[in-house]
Design a protein around this ligand. Structure first.
Ligand SMILES: C[S@@+](CC[C@H](N)C(=O)[O-])C[C@H]1O[C@@H](n2cnc3c(N)ncnc32)[C@H](O)[C@@H]1O
Length: 236
């Protein structure tokens, strides 16, 4: 595959790409889906899926990995209509949660959808291999699954093995935002980012910066007395 060109057919490439060796996430299904959720997945989701072969040229392209219930992604597309956001999530209940905020019950097939949002519902690492080099202006990784046990470090998204994928798709100067409330993960991010050449890595801050909408996991962390850290890394 030409690393710099979007692929002709996402499905062919999904088959061609080796499955990532480690799963980075837990469940992809939670409770059994209700009929409304099933309609959202079968009728609305295909209307919003990111297809690399379809032309789409927003002024800037942003990517959110692991959008959870989608509150950050939706706030960003509302606040930045000129930007195109690809939001990734594998957890079906989370995907339904985002979609349910966009379309009223009964209008799954016809409600207008935001033109500056696309969804990717496979592992984000597959998308990182499909996107053209230097195509992303901004990347968000907010409260990634912490995988605190030492034997699970390979599942952490901030990982020396993932950084080259990010380095390839981010434009020079592009910003990568990371937040975590987990002390083990916080120490891990510091360690991984201190030992890599691809990103400028200033120290994190303890207050969420302006222009950085909150998420559900952040609210839970704060309620439970954990102290998030917020990083802004910049592609060299
Ligand atoms: C702890 S939750 C945080 C959700 C949200 N960002 C927030 O702050 O509320 C992490 C999410 O990342 C998703 N995730 C983990 N690895 C992923 C991957 N490789 N590709 C896409 N989503 C992933 C999980 O399914 C999970 O919903």
């Amino acid at each position: 595959m030409g690393e710099d060109r979007p692929c002709a057919s996402a499905e062919v490439h999904l088959r061609a790409l080796k499955p990532p060796p480690e799963r980075l996430y837990g469940r992809v299904r939670g409770h059994q889906l209700r009929p409304r959720q099933q309609r959202l997945l079968t009728v609305t989701l295909p209307r919003l899926v990111y297809r690399p072969e379809e032309p789409w040229h927003p002024r800037e392209l942003w990517l959110e990995v692991g959008f959870g219930s989608g509150e950050h992604a939706l706030a960003q597309i509302d606040g930045h209509p000129e930007v195109g956001l690809i939001a990734c999530e594998v957890y079906a209940n989370g995907i339904c949660s985002l979609l349910s905020r966009l379309v009223p019950d009964g209008c799954e097939a016809i409600a207008p959808l935001p033109p500056n949002l696309r969804l990717w519902t496979e592992d984000a690492r597959i998308l990182l291999r499909l996107l053209p080099a230097r195509s992303l202006d901004r990347l968000f990784l907010l409260f990634p699954d912490p995988w605190p046990k030492a034997r699970h470090t390979k599942r952490r998204f901030v990982h020396p093995g993932v950084l080259p994928l990010l380095g390839r798709v981010l434009k020079p100067g592009a910003e990568w935002r990371v937040a975590s409330d987990d002390p083990t993960y916080q120490g891990w991010v510091k360690e991984v980012m201190a030992g890599q050449p691809l990103f400028e890595a200033p120290p994190p801050v303890a207050e969420r910066p302006e222009g950085w909408p909150p998420t559900r996991y952040e609210a839970k962390a704060l309620r439970e007395g954990r102290r998030p850290l917020y990083w802004r890394f910049f592609r060299r």
